[in-house]
Each structure stands twice: as structure tokens, then as C-alpha cells.
Design a protein around this ligand. Structure first.
Ligand code: COA
Length: 152
């Protein structure tokens, strides 16, 4: 299936009412970045974010997501980007990124960030690059917090 076909068979929506939190949690809890994430954390994060749900038109099923943490003016952080395995490799990740980056709430952001382990080649097609190693950016990162909480 070409990416043009994919664009016809799928749609993106920012309507929070369409989000399938159960499907999102099922993926995110087995993702490499948020293993063990609790259901109510996924629900709360979605409620306070600008979420782009990816839906298969034929079934109405949610098959992907990009969640954007943003003030709708100056800053945006892209996270929880996924396409379910059965739907990968047909241009949906790029369709999602094109749609996200063109959204009016995000086009005025002075800084747009994300973190990725291995998908640099996807994001570089949309203008992302590594931040300069100049000591400007700082962070607090607790990568195992959900797994630790689940086993405590
Ligand atoms: C990353 C992901 C969303 C891409 O979705 P997809 O629908 O398969 O992607 P597309 O078909 O639109 O193609 C992605 C493009 O990015 C490139 N790419 C670079 N790194 C990639 C990676 N790690 N995974 C997938 N594609 C990658 C592909 O080669 C392709 O480029 P091209 O078509 O211009 O040659 C999907 O593979 C996924 O859900 N992966 C698991 C979750 C994940 O790693 N998310 C990103 C976290 S930052």
C-alpha cells in the first residue's frame, strides 16, 4: 500500500472524545519508554494534552497516537508517538508528523522538542535535530518510575 492509499484509509483527529484510552494504555504499557504506565496516568496525560489519534476508517479503531504537551503558543513536546505494528511501514508515521507539525496550535512554538531512541530518521524529515551540546538544556529523568511503582 502506498502512502497515498494510507492517507485515504486512515484519518487523524484531535477530538478528545474519540480517543480509546484502553487501546492507548495497552500500547504504552508495553512501549520501551513507559513500561508499566498506570491506566489513570495515561487517561490524565491525554486529558491535559493535545492528542492526535490515528484511526482506521474501515473499522473506526484507533491504531496510533501522537500526544503533544503544549501551551498552544510557545512550546510543544511531542511524545507517545506510535503506530500499531500491523499498520506500520505505509507512511502513517509521516502522515501523523505532517499533520501535527501543521496544526495551528503548534506552528508558532519557539521550541518544539521530543526524545527518541532510534527514530531520528523520521523526525529529521520534519526539521528536528539534536540540541547543541552547550549545557543549556537540563532535565530530571526517571525512566523506570512506573516499573518500580508496580513492583513496590
Ligand atoms: C516510529 C513509527 C511511529 C513510524 O511509523 P510508520 O507508520 O511505520 O512510519 P512511516 O511508514 O511513515 O515511515 C517512517 C519513516 O521514518 C524512517 N525511520 C527512521 N527511523 C525509524 C524508526 N526507528 N522506526 C520507523 N521508521 C523510522 C523510515 O525509514 C521511514 O522513512 P522513509 O519512508 O522516508 O524512508 C512506528 O515505527 C512505531 O510506532 N514504532 C514504535 C514506537 C516508536 O518507536 N515510536 C517513536 C518513539 S520516539
Amino acid at each position: 500500500m502506498s502512502s497515498t492509499d494510507a492517507a485515504n484509509d486512515y484519518e487523524l483527529s484531535t477530538d478528545p472524545a474519540r480517543l480509546d484510552i484502553t487501546a492507548m494504555h495497552a500500547y504504552l504499557t508495553r512501549s520501551y519508554w513507559s513500561p508499566g504506565i498506570p491506566f489513570d496516568t495515561v487517561e490524565r496525560a491525554a486529558r491535559h494534552s493535545l492528542c492526535f489519534g490515528l484511526y482506521e476508517k474501515a473499522t473506526g479503531r484507533q491504531v496510533g497516537l501522537t500526544r503533544v504537551v503544549t501551551d498552544h503558543a510557545t512550546f510543544a513536546y511531542l511524545c507517545d508517538v506510535y503506530v500499531l505494528e500491523a499498520h506500520r511501514g505505509r507512511g502513517l508515521g509521516k502522515l501523523m508528523m505532517r499533520t501535527v507539525m501543521a496544526h495551528p496550535a503548534l506552528t508558532g512554538a519557539r521550541r518544539t522538542m521530543l526524545g527518541t531512541r532510534d527514530a531520528h530518521g523520521l523526525y529529521s524529515q520534519f526539521g528536528f535535530g539534536a540540541p547543541p551540546n552547550d549545557g543549556v538544556l537540563m532535565q530530571i529523568l526517571r525512566p523506570d518510575m512506573y516499573r518500580i511503582a508496580a513492583t513496590a
